[in-house]
Write a protein that binds this ligand. Structure first.
Ligand code: AFD
Ligand code: MN
Ligand code: MN
Length: 396
């Protein structure tokens, strides 16, 4: 017995997918930036582009901000920027501190051997917690570039002690109900150690911090071949899964369009999110994109990413869970496996199109965007006009 199309559409329409402000700007790779005509240049244009993706898909009501890249310009307060976002039809989402770009952070931020640098990092975490409280964000997402490049460079356990102590200062500043999502990453820019390299270290740090701390799973942050859906099931079981930064990868943290390289893994992740919840919808955690589009048209890449997430989710909703449980209990290895495969092989595009039309959105948002002369004109107009002030630093 599987869910009806109407039930699947309702579940799809209840899965908000947060967009990353930094995915709309010209970021590129460490080998160069290939600027896109009309790409967002300031926080206002990032909000405008995210709102366009939401209008086209009906699935993206919030935009994650990166501080200081997305600070309101001088003279504008957070309430005014939040109001600008509301006028565009979306809201401000997760707040992402930047503890990796300033000169002082060369040897780390919260784990740095110099207490003065740790104090600077702690102050930034507190600032971001306060911003989240002001704009009504539900999450502060902490990713650290902290690590070392050589054996002996620093004391591994001492760094862990600094990590706990300094993160706790940011955690203490959280508004009740706001979560600190602790994001791990196997390596980069640290190539000998990373102070938060895997789900286990992130989980234990969350235990030290408290109940408002949960683990953020970035799908590009694992060793080749890691069973990410197993990590998801485990963290769900421990009630410490905070959410996702979705992207896809071939080799490392490639930040490619989610579902573009390994759509089956994305389906299996959603299968565990449904299995670990009520069997009829994915667990209520944060679903965010975290991608960097260096050669892809940015708005189009975001729309395709949203569609890929929804495709995987719709297929996972179609798994016949009763039959699966029965085959599993019977030890029918391939019978159980085939039930998952059947759901995965289902063409859900008609169902997704119907869901979008039910929301008054285009059945094929990519086709609409590609053919939208007004959108292309808006890119040229942007190019011909000065950016509004706002934000600062690389990636802004
Ligand atoms: C980089 C990091 C990490 C972080 C993101 C936004 O690898 O994924 O979440 O920047 O700060 O991709
Ligand atoms: Mn991330
Ligand atoms: Mn990353």
């Amino acid at each position: 017995m599987t869910m009806t199309d109407a039930q699947v559409r309702a579940a799809l329409q209840s899965l908000p997918i947060e967009l990353p402000s930094w995915g709309f700007g010209n970021a590129g790779t460490r080998f160069g930036v290939f600027p896109e005509t009309g790409a967002a240049r300031d926080v206002f244009e990032k909000i405008e582009d995210a709102a366009l993706v939401h209008r086209l898909t009906g699935a993206c009501p919030t935009i994650a901000l990166h501080i200081p890249w997305d600070l309101p310009p001088a003279g504008m307060d957070w309430a005014a920027l939040a109001a600008f976002a509301q006028e565009q039809g979306i809201r401000l989402g997760a707040i992402n501190p930047n503890l990796f770009q300033e000169r002082e952070y060369m040897l780390g931020s919260v784990c740095h051997p110099d207490p003065a640098v740790r104090r600077k990092a702690a102050a930034h975490l507190v600032e971001c917690a306060e911003i989240a409280g002001i704009v009504g964000s539900q999450q502060v997402v902490v990713w650290l570039a902290d690590g070392t490049n050589y054996p002996g460079q620093d004391d591994i356990r001492a760094r862990r002690g600094r990590l706990k102590e300094t993160l706790a200062e940011g955690y203490a500043a959280l508004t009740p109900g706001v979560e600190m999502l602790v994001e791990y990453k196997m390596f980069e820019p640290g190539f000998y150690t990373t102070d938060l390299p895997d789900w286990g270290t992130a989980y234990t740090i969350c235990q030290h911090l408290g109940p408002q701390a949960k683990v953020l799973v970035d799908t590009g942050h694992h060793a080749q071949g890691t069973n990410i859906e197993f990590i998801v099931a485990t963290l769900l079981d421990e009630k410490r899964l905070g959410g996702f930064h979705f992207n896809d990868r071939r080799y490392a943290d490639d930040d490619l369009i989610v579902g573009s390289a390994n759509p089956f893994q994305l389906f299996l992740i959603f299968h565990e999110l449904i299995n670990g919840n009520d069997g009829r919808s994915a667990a209520p955690v944060s679903y965010m994109l975290d991608q960097s589009h260096s050669i892809e048209p940015k708005v189009e890449a975001m729309v395709l990413s949203v569609l890929n997430v929804q495709t995987a989710y719709a297929k996972a909703l179609l798994v016949d869970r009763a039959a699966l449980a029965e085959r599993q209990a019977a030890g029918d290895v391939l019978g159980a496996h085939t039930i998952l495969r059947d759901a995965y092989e289902t063409d859900v595009r008609p169902l997704l199109a119907a869901s979008r039309e039910e929301l008054g959105r285009p059945a094929d948002p990519l086709c609409v965007l590609r053919g939208d002369a007004a959108f292309q004109e808006s890119r040229r107009t942007r190019e011909a006009t000065p950016a509004r002030a706002g934000g600062g630093g690389l990636g802004s």
